[in-house]
Write a protein that binds this ligand. Structure first.
Ligand SMILES: Nc1nc2c(ncn2[C@@H]2O[C@H](COP(=O)(O)OP(=O)(O)OP(=O)(O)O)[C@@H](O)[C@H]2O)c(=O)[nH]1
Length: 550
């Protein structure tokens, strides 16, 4: 693997790992938010259940007043006992009712009669009002009173018994509105004087008419009084929600009828800090308007509610996803490194094989003894150069060399000396040509051959070879031509064509070499000096032999 390939693979791997980590992280986050969504759906369903229960409870409490109203509309005269008997039945079933009351319309003229009638059971009874200091006093004279005349239960509601609602300006205006519009109206929250746990309460006033009351005038005329329910808000909400299953829901009930919302009830400390996550679940549901008031439920889950429903699955998806990606990345990294090493190893082996092959090829083309090109190498090069010369129309020259009386040399000095002699001659001959395209090869035995492409005067080089070999002064006492080792040479030049053949040239040069031998050795035989011979013919030289001594 090339270093750049490896770096590219590493970059791809790094990118893949980063993408993998991102995907694992996003998957974890996706599951986390999906789980929160499911918790949100569950939470809202729970809140809706509780809100419906609160609404149902309010309506059930309101219906109590309708029953009491019917008592007054269906009877000529309702006694305290009638009222108390009916009211007590409701009080047993509805624990959020602080009191059920009857406040008749009493004119100034009727006051004494009303007070007297009630004193039969309660000797201290009188119409009362709250003075500015807060204590209850005998009600001042006025045209119309709305005293709390019947109250059930009496225990715990003694303060309200006899209280004239008309003495309070707010209450009076509500009474008049309820009377004129025939509306059941609820007060805003009040702190109940009877309440020990300081929970808030409210009153619902329901007008009761004697007969037809379709116009304002008739309503004013026919008004008998009001049935009144006094309710404890917390008890209403709690008795409603305890019937529902979901736990851990923080509920707040607010009255937002007016501009300023007023907190009516909360089932958790209002100062409790809610974190961002819990607030994100906040769910607001307005209740049906009851008694002209708009109440709204605001709910948030408690810490426990969310924690109970959250699982570790998103965390595991994120963390194990990242671990899996990192392990996978690590494995691939090791695999890349490993395959890189294997590839390097195999490239190294291929190189070594290639080198070995080249070495073998070179070896197969080199003569073992003299270390110059061998006959095979010559044959290949000769073929190639011949073909090239045919294409170029250039000449090709051959110098064939044979050592004179080499058998005698071997016999005189031994075969090893003969080898040494061959080596020295090969070395010297290999240095003779100047051009890299020239080739000096051992042709076999004591013969050498020089291939000279496109050479004008091979005869000069041949003779130079002859002279320089003799100058090596390799003693050859048995030689008949010199005291030293000498060589005989044959030289030809040819312009190769499609019509002549390399073998013919070889034959010719061998003939010329034999010619040199026959003429006395240590000489160069060439043909005639007819360089200008017709192209395509082997240049047929006149037999010419040259010897330094001649
Ligand atoms: N030492 C040695 N001798 C070799 C080698 N190859 C061939 N010869 C010898 O070279 C001699 C060649 O002899 P010839 O060419 O037949 O005859 P010559 O004695 O050289 O006589 P002319 O060629 O007529 O001068 C033989 O005696 C071979 O044994 C070799 O590798 N080493």
């Amino acid at each position: 693997m090339m270093p750049s390939d490896k770096a590219f693979s590493h970059k791809c791997l790094l990118l893949s790992v980063l993408i993998g980590l991102l995907v694992a992280g996003l998957s974890g986050a996706m599951f986390y938010y999906k789980e929160l969504d499911a918790i949100g759906v569950d939470f809202r369903r729970g809140v809706e259940g509780k809100t419906t229960a609160v609404e149902r409870e309010l309506i059930a409490n309101l219906e109590v007043l309708f029953s009491l109203e019917s008592l007054f509309t269906s009877s000529e005269e309702v006694s305290a006992t009638d009222f108390t008997n009916l009211a007590n039945g409701f009080l047993v079933r509805h624990h959020a009712i602080q009191a059920l009351e009857w406040a008749p319309r009493v004119t100034g003229a009727e006051r004494e009669e009303y007070e007297r009638a009630r004193r039969l059971d309660f000797p201290d009874f009188e119409f009362t009002e709250r003075e500015s200091q807060g204590s209850m006093v005998k009600a001042a004279k006025r045209d119309v009173y709305f005293p709390v005349y019947f109250v059930a239960p009496i225990e715990g509601n003694e303060v309200a018994f006899g209280f004239d609602l008309a003495s309070n300006a707010n209450r009076l205006s509500m009474i008049e509105k309820s009377r004129d519009l025939d509306l059941t109206l609820a007060t805003q929250s009040i702190t109940l004087v009877q309440e020990v746990f300081n929970q808030k309460g409210f009153l619902i006033l329901m007008p009761v008419y004697a007969g037809d009351a379709r116009t304002i005038a008739k309503r004013q005329e026919k008004l008998l009084g009001f049935v009144i329910g006094v309710y404890r808000i917390a008890d209403i909400v709690e008795s409603a929600i305890k019937q529902t299953g979901a736990k851990g829901i923080n509920l707040k009930l607010i009255d937002n009828t007016g501009i300023d919302a007023e907190l009516l009830y909360a089932n958790y400390p209002s100062a409790q800090a809610l974190d961002h996550l819990l607030l994100s679940f906040a769910y607001t549901i307005p209740l049906r308007r009851i008694g002209g008031r708009q109440w709204t439920v605001i709910a948030t889950p408690s810490q426990g509610y969310v924690a109970e429903r959250q699982s570790l699955f998103p965390f595991f998806v994120g963390v194990f996803g990242c671990i899996f990606v990192l392990l996978g990345g690590g494995y691939i990294y090791i695999a890349i490194e490993h395959s890189g090493r294997i590839r390097q190893e195999s490239e190294k082996r291929s190189r070594e094989l290639e080198e070995a092959k080249i070495a073998l090829e070179e070896q197969s083309l080199t003569d073992d003894l003299t270390h110059i090109a061998n006959r095979k190498c010559f044959d290949i090069r000769f073929e190639e150069e011949w073909a090239r010369s045919v294409r170029d129309g250039s000449s090709l020259s051959l110098i064939m060399i044979d050592i004179d009386s080499f058998r005698l040399f071997n016999e005189t000095y031994g075969y090893a000396s003969g080898d040494k002699c061959l080596l020295d001659l090969a070395y010297k001959l290999s240095k003779m040509p100047n051009r890299t395209t020239d080739l000096v090869a051992r042709y076999g035995g004591d013969q050498f051959i020089i291939l000279l492409p496109n050479t004008d005067e091979p005869i000069l080089l041949a003779d130079k070879c002859r002279i320089n070999i003799e100058k090596l002064h390799i003693v050859h006492e048995a030689s008949s031509v010199s005291d030293y080792v000498t060589i005989s040479l044959g030289v030809i030049s040819v312009v190769p064509t499609q019509k002549n053949y390399p073998a013919d040239s070889m034959l010719s040069v061998k003939e010329l070499l034999n010619q040199s031998k026959k003429l006395g050795k240590n000489r160069v035989s060439i043909g005639s000096d007819v360089i200008s011979a017709k192209k395509g013919d082997i240049l047929k030289f006149k037999h010419f032999s040259k010897n330094s001594g001649e």
